[in-house]
Design a protein around this ligand. Structure first.
Ligand SMILES: *Cc1c(COP(=O)(O)O)cnc(C)c1O
Length: 233
């Protein structure tokens, strides 16, 4: 089995090749280690192995691993479903909350950040496949929310995140990635107050090359870095 460092090197090589094939600069695309179910030591191994940031799904994992220095040296992002009653544990503890998926959460993060006297960077999560099982804004809802970001001085909108449907065949998700890239550019062109569109977070272990081909600026990779997760442990 490859080490975490070797896995990261291989992913980087494939990311760079996908960027060049699409006529893009490989330096435009960041690698986020989706660290769920990996302990602080393994996450720190990924940090030292050269990922650009870490992404945690669960508040409990974040609060356990952060004091152990899991993310030391790189930014940490929150990428999972966030309950409004846990917002106080995440706001100010992470560099970016990627998974702002509904108006109540946006309002709660804004309120908590203002209470703490900080500005929390966020992405809006878009339910690009319009799946009933997933939370997230519709593309129209994301556009509408971006237009009103000036009403939320406790946050700053830095882009969009998406988790497309589980694909049956390779390449199935390219259309969703392309729709996300269009939305990203559309919002950017509006030059809304309190919005700086720099991050388009999409692409995971199985489809990150397609995401890069369509314009992703951040891929979130778990399995391909750390190996398979064992949910029954
Ligand atoms: C787990 C996870 C990933 C990474 O998934 P892999 O298929 O293991 O690469 C990316 N984004 C989010 C939000 C995740 O929860």
């Amino acid at each position: 089995m490859n080490s975490i460092r070797e896995n990261i090197e291989q992913i980087r090589a494939r990311m760079d090749a996908a960027a060049l094939a699409a006529g893009r600069d490989p330096k435009e695309i960041q690698l986020c280690a989706a660290s769920k179910m990996n302990d602080a030591e393994r996450v720190q191994e990924a940090v030292r192995g050269g990922v650009d940031c870490c992404g945690e799904n669960r508040v409990q994992e974040l609060t356990e691993k952060q004091p152990k220095g899991a993310y030391t040296g790189k930014p940490v992002h929150f990428i999972g479903h966030l309950q409004t009653n846990k917002v106080n544990k995440v706001v100010g503890a992470v560099d970016l909350i990627q998974s702002v998926d509904r108006p109540e959460l946006l309002a709660a993060i804004d309120k908590e950040a203002r209470k703490k006297g900080i500005v929390q960077d966020i992405l809006l999560e878009v339910n690009i496949g319009a799946e009933a099982s997933k939370s997230g804004y519709s593309p129209e809802g994301a556009m509408e929310t971006a237009a009103h970001m000036a009403d939320f001085p406790g946050v700053h909108l830095r882009g969009l995140m998406a988790i497309p449907p589980i694909s049956q065949n390779p390449g199935d998700n390219r259309k969703y990635f392309a729709q996300m890239a269009n939305l990203f550019v559309d919002i950017d062109r509006k030059k809304y107050d309190n919005v700086t569109m720099v991050c388009l977070s999409m692409g995971m272990s199985d489809d990150y090359e397609d995401a890069i081909a369509e314009g992703s600026t951040m891929v979130r990779i778990g399995t391909a870095i750390f190996g398979a997760r064992h949910y029954n442990k």
